[in-house]
Design a binder for this molecule. Structure first.
Ligand code: RFL
Ligand code: PHB
Length: 389
């Protein structure tokens, strides 16, 4: 088989890139290791920047997002029983949109299928060859049968555990990583959200986040130990702990119910440099990870897709290679700023095992400064709604 762009990974990055290229008349094939249902079953991101929304519009996939997504003009931050609001629209003129990654992925799959896009599921043993030449190709297996895909370019959209990043030789690749000594226990429940906006809560007992998917679907998280497993937490224990971490006024309003999903995610900051090697380009979690505080993971994937999509359009339209050659540099310049924001916001909101009394005082001082200082709120708002591409 032959195509213009081989895309490894059928998560949001790979699907969005494939659909955007399709709209511009550029062919691609998406190779996904799992089944479509498996990919759609992953409960992940919930907050989209305007840049993401614009890309979905360009991809012709934004109708449901506009109809069902919720615009949020600000967010709440609490510490103990104190709570304040940061107004995104006042500080930046821009809201964010609450619309689940599951729905984004569903919309993109529907669009790819409606356009007869080439998607292969259950692919195994993907190997990328000759990425440093002008004629790369990919070998893989489906049901034990070997296949080969020739292409002009390879987009590595295969997430943190994929093969694309590993294809870049170790003497070229440099990785930067920070692990956090805790995880997030997340619960999805068919209950009305406690507040119509998100609440990021710093409490003596650890971080908590109140988020949502729609008017009757709530998503809550609490900081937990890395040695915990979801089975250690009954629904009752989860709700009790959440209530103790958010301001009393909110806790009193919280509607609880059975969880329909419960999982634990570790927190990590990670960046690989460079994000390209010859004709192989890394996008999204394949190249970088942020801790979820600040909701930047899916949104940074989208900015990579934006740079790569424009570089490929320029190349196929008039043979210009400038975008291709500067992809890594442009993408990384934005990524490091999102890494900084996510690291800062995580450091501000969590309890760390080795935190001293002094460190706790610094967190509170930082929170009180944010509460009272316009410039600090503006900086927070600009980062939260997303820095320009
Ligand atoms: P994905 O979603 O991991 O998709 C990669 C796909 O590649 C496939 N794959 C392979 N396919 C073929 N061959 C191989 N060898 C392969 N290896 C892997 C995988 O099966 C998969 O389908 O990466 P992508 O597309 O870059 O998307 C990234 C986002 O999923 C991720 O950044 C976000 O979910 C992060 N995130 C959040 N981001 C936000 O912007 N806002 C949020 O509110 C937000 N909340 C979150 C989050 C992530 C979380 N977890 C669980 C990590 C909340 C949580 C709890
Ligand atoms: C979510 O709704 O899953 C969510 C929202 C905001 C975050 C992280 C996760 O910062």
């Amino acid at each position: 088989m032959k195509t213009q762009v081989a895309i490894i990974g059928g998560g949001p990055s790979g699907l969005l890139l494939s659909q955007l290229l399709h709209v511009q008349g550029i062919q691609s094939v998406v190779l996904e290791r799992k089944t479509k249902d498996y990919v759609l079953g992953r409960i992940r991101a919930g907050v989209l920047e305007q840049g993401f929304v614009r890309l979905m519009e360009e991809a012709g996939c934004a109708d449901r997002l506009h109809a069902e997504g919720f615009q949020h003009e600000g967010t709440h931050v609490s510490y103990g029983d104190e709570m304040f609001r940061i107004d995104f629209v006042e500080h930046t003129g821009t809201p964010v949109v609450v619309y689940g990654q599951t729905e984004v992925t569903r919309d993109l799959y529907e669009a790819r299928e409606a356009a007869d896009g080439k998607l292969e599921f259950n692919v195994e043993n993907v190997v990328i060859y000759d990425a440093e030449t002008g004629a790369p190709y990919v070998e893989y297996e489906v049901d034990g049968e070997a296949r080969r895909l020739e292409c002009d370019f390879v987009a590595g959209c295969d997430g943190f555990h994929g093969v694309s990043r590993q294809t870049i030789p170790l003497d070229v690749r440099r990785e930067y990583e920070k692990l956090y000594p805790f995880g997030w226990l997340g619960v999805l429940s068919e209950t009305p959200p406690v507040n119509h906006e998100l609440i990021y809560a710093n409490s003596e007992r650890g971080f908590a986040l109140c988020s949502m998917r729609n008017a009757n679907l709530s998503r809550y998280y609490i900081q937990c130990s890395l040695s915990d497993s979801p089975e250690d937490w009954t629904d009752e224990a989860f709700w009790q702990e959440l209530k103790r971490r958010i301001p009393k006024e909110e806790a009193d309003k919280l509607v609880t119910g059975p969880s329909i999903e419960k999982s634990i995610a570790p927190l990590r900051s990670f960046v690989t440099e460079p994000m390209q090697w010859g004709r192989l380009f890394l996008c999204g979690d394949a190249a970088h990870i942020v801790p979820p505080t600040g909701a930047k993971g899916l949104n940074t994937a989208a900015s990579d897709v934006h740079y790569l999509y424009h570089a490929l359009c320029d190349y196929y339209r008039d043979g210009t290679e400038e975008g291709i050659n500067t992809y890594s540099q442009k993408a990384l310049s934005r990524i490091w700023k999102a890494e900084r924001f996510s690291w800062w916001f995580s450091s501000l909101m969590h309890r760390y095992p080795d935190q001293s009394e002094f460190d706790l005082k610094m967190q509170i001082a930082d929170l009180e400064f944010l509460r009272s200082n316009r410039a600090a709120q503006q900086a927070m708002a600009e980062n939260y709604v997303g820095l320009p591409y």
